[in-house]
Each structure stands twice: as C-alpha cells, then as structure tokens.
Design a protein around this ligand. Structure first.
Ligand code: ADP
Length: 438
C-alpha cells in the first residue's frame, strides 16, 4: 500500500517569503534600534570629551579661566575634574608669577638708580627708566656704544675680563652729570652676565664743590675786613693817632669791618645751630605780630633807600606753632634781600594769608629780579649770584631761610622775572585746631 501526500510548492514558497520578510523587518528594526542606542550612548560619552577638547584648546591659547562641567560616565567626570583642577592650579601659579613679576618691575621702574643688565658680550638686555634717562632707549645695543664714554667702557672691559666687580666715578660732560658706576657679575642670571648700577652723585659733587667754594669765599670774606682793619691800625700807629679827626674816621672804619666779621660769624653759627636741630623754641604765636616787628625794624633802611615797605596781613590770621625769633630771622633775611636788590622808587610788600592748611608769608619786591638759570640754586648754602658779589653777601641768608622753614615743617620757594622783581614765599603748616589771632 502507498500513501501519497503532496502540497503545492507555491504555498510553501509563500510561507518562506513571509518568514524571510519577517526576519528582514525584525533584523532591520533591531539594527536600527542598536544604531540609535549606540549613537545616544556615544553622544553621551563624546559630548563631555568634546567640551574637554574645546577647553584644552582655549587653555593652550592662553584663556586660563576654563571650567568644564562634569558629565558622561565616571571616567569622563574624573577626567573633567582633573582638568578643572589643573586649570585652576595653572591660573594660581601664573597669577603668583605675574604678581611677583609686576612687583619686581615696579621696584626696578621706581629705582632712582639706573640698573642695566648685560649679557656676556656686553650687550644691553634690560635697562630701567632711570638708566634709559642716561643711556637712551638702548635695549639690544652694546653698552659701550650706548654709553659713549670711554671710562664706562673701560670699567665694563675690566669687569667682564676679570669677572669681578669694577666701580668708578664718571663725569658725563654732555649732561653735566656725575655717576658712581658699579659693574657686578651676575651668577645664574640666565643670559644676564653683568649688572650695572648707575648712581647719580651730581648733587653730592655740587655740594662738595659749593663747600669748597664756601671755604674760599669765607677765607676771602674774612681776609678783606681783616686786611682793612690791619691797614687802619697801621695808619693810626704811623701817626694818624695824633690827628683826632682822622682817628675817629679810622675807628669808624674798623667798627664797620668788625660788624661785618661779627655778622659773618653769627650767620655761620646760626646755620650750624638750625642744621643741628637744637635751635627751635616753638610756641603758639600770632604771625602778624612777628611780621609787623620785621617790617618795623627795616623801615629806616627802606626810607633811606627810597623804597616803600608795607605789610599786608589780615588781623584774623591763624595762630601757628613756631619759634618767633627764628621766623622773624627768616622774614628779616627776605626783607633785607628785597631792600638790597630794589632801587629807589621801588616797593617791597610783605603779605601773609591763610591758604588751606598753610600759612603763606610772601615778600615781593620790584627790584632787579633773578636770572632763571640762577633761581634753582639761590637757596643753596654759600651760593651767591655772581653779579651780587659786589654786595659782599655771604650767600647764607637764603640757606638760613630754607632751613628755618624746613625746621618748622614748611618750605620756601621763589619766583622771579629778571628786571621786574622777585617774590619769596614761606609756607608753614597751620595746626588743624588753630585759633585765629584775633
Ligand atoms: P646773601 O646773604 O649773600 O644775600 P642770600 O642767600 O640771601 O645771600 O642770597 C643769595 C643770592 O640770591 C644773592 O646773591 C642774590 O643775588 C640773590 N637774591 C636773593 N634775594 C634776592 C632778591 N630779592 N632780588 C634779587 N636777587 C636776590
């Protein structure tokens, strides 16, 4: 017996197609889902990494304030935290370095001494503003060329050759400046091999030369009256004593010369006392009274030389803390000078006024005035304007005024126009609680 079973192949083929389609759709959907899920996961990891990449680029280009938000997986968050810490450390370190650098720069910039750093070939690698004022903007040029001074060049050669300090006093004739120059080798200077310090000693040299001049002046000033006295004494001894009229005249001359000697010695002593700081007897004073006393004392002299001397001071000036005798001395010196240098028909006005926290006392004259070139020097000790040598001043009067003003915490200044007159102004501090003189 036989059983024959059959089914048409078209039905099987249809089933197979259905199964294949189902497999294809399911496979496609699963792949799509897998891709989408993978993309989402990759994005979540890549985004913070991208942010990190952007931040590190910005950091590399100098923007130090980078802070990346933590995100993504634990590893990425760790990385972001380390990055943030690194950037904040970097910021701190650079801030500290910048602060130190700017402090150092401020120090170098505000140094009154010129500072120059040279490399091993003597080429300028750094110079501060004080040095630039002497050498010009000479960065990158050889020092010897910028200095244009053979003594400085020789000192540099000496220091570079022996690798040890060399120093010397140099005169720069073009600027009329004296410098104390010191070349010192630099250890571990990273390309800086030599430090040059240029210390301006012009003022010291001037003071020394003024002192030398003074000794010469004083000797001269002493010799002239002494020679005069000697001559008169000899004349008297040789017979003039027998002539009573001539004797009186000669004695008058001796008297005048002695007066001059006494004045010179007194001024010298006074200056020494003020400078030593022991001379001040400060009390509460009414400045107007002191000024009135000075004007009074010189009224005869003014009258004799035909000069109008007036006081212009309000009655309600503030009281000040001062030594009345010293203040009177300072104002007297100014009034005396003003009268000396003002011709007949001129005027001298002493003015006092309150100017904020200061009392100003000025002495204005319509006299000869002072050459602008001399003006900055007239307060120097022993300085006498050449033209004025004939007045036989010692050059101490204004120095005494300056020292008295300073001893009172004040100052003195002068303005002048040649041929038109001068104004000297003393400024003294007024105590905050000052009563008015009235
Ligand atoms: P001295 O004691 O020789 O007068 P000072 O120190 O008082 O010396 O003055 C210094 C110089 O300043 C004087 O030689 C004089 O030439 C000048 N001077 C001072 N006061 C006046 C003035 N009021 N007018 C013109 N020149 C003046």
């Amino acid at each position: 017996a036989a059983v024959r079973v059959s089914t048409p192949t078209s039905a099987v083929a249809a089933d197979l197609r259905r199964i294949a389609a189902t497999v294809a759709i399911t496979g496609g959907a699963a792949t799509l889902a897998a891709v989408i899920i993978a993309a989402v996961i990759a994005g979540a990891v890549a985004r913070p990494l991208n942010r990190l990449r952007e931040a590190s680029r910005a950091l590399a280009s100098g923007a130090l304030d980078q802070n990346v938000a933590a995100g993504g997986g634990a590893e990425v968050a760790d990385l972001a935290a380390s990055f943030n810490e690194m950037s904040s450390r970097l910021r701190e370190t650079i801030d500290t370095l910048a602060e130190e650098r700017s402090r150092l720069g401020a120090l170098l910039n505000s140094s009154v001494d010129g500072l120059v750093a040279l490399d091993a070939h003597g080429v300028i690698r750094y110079l501060n503003p004080a040095a630039a004022a002497v050498l010009g903007e000479a960065g990158g040029r050889p020092f010897a060329e910028a200095a244009r001074n053979h003594e400085l060049a020789a000192l540099l050669q000496q220091a570079l050759g022996a690798s040890r300090t060399a120093a010397g006093t140099i005169h720069l004739p073009t600027r009329d400046t004296w410098l104390l120059a010191r070349f010192s080798p630099v250890q571990g200077g990273g390309g800086w091999a030599m430090l040059v310090i240029l210390h301006d000693i012009t003022d010291i040299r001037r003071a020394e030369s003024a002192r030398r001049d003074f000794v010469a002046n004083v000797s001269h000033e002493l010799r002239t009256p002494l020679a005069g006295i000697k001559a008169v004494v000899e004349t008297l001894r040789d017979g003039a004593l027998a002539d009573p009229e001539a004797s009186v005249e000669f004695l008058g001359r001796v008297d005048a010369e002695v007066d001059r000697l006494v004045q010179l010695v007194e001024e010298l002593l006074q200056l020494a006392r003020i400078e030593s700081g022991t001379a001040l007897r400060v009390t509460d004073i009414a400045p107007r009274e002191v000024l009135a006393g000075c004007v009074d004392r010189f009224s005869h002299m003014a009258e004799r030389s035909g000069v109008a001397l007036t006081l212009n001071a309000p009655a309600n000036l503030p009281r000040i803390q001062a030594d009345p005798a010293q203040l009177a001395q300072a104002v007297s010196n100014l009034v005396h000078n003003a009268l000396k240098f003002t011709g007949e028909g001129g005027e001298v006005v002493v003015t006092a006024a309150r100017d904020g926290e200061e009392l100003t006392i000025s002495v204005r004259d319509s006299g000869s005035g002072i050459d602008p070139a001399e003006l900055p020097r007239i307060f120097e000790r022993f300085y006498v304007v050449d033209r004025a040598r004939s007045t036989r001043g010692t050059g101490l009067g204004l120095a005494i005024v300056k020292h008295i003003a300073r001893a009172h915490g004040g100052s003195v200044e002068a303005i002048s126009t040649l041929g038109r007159g001068s104004t000297f102004t003393i400024r003294l501090p007024v105590p905050a609680t000052a009563a008015t003189s009235r």
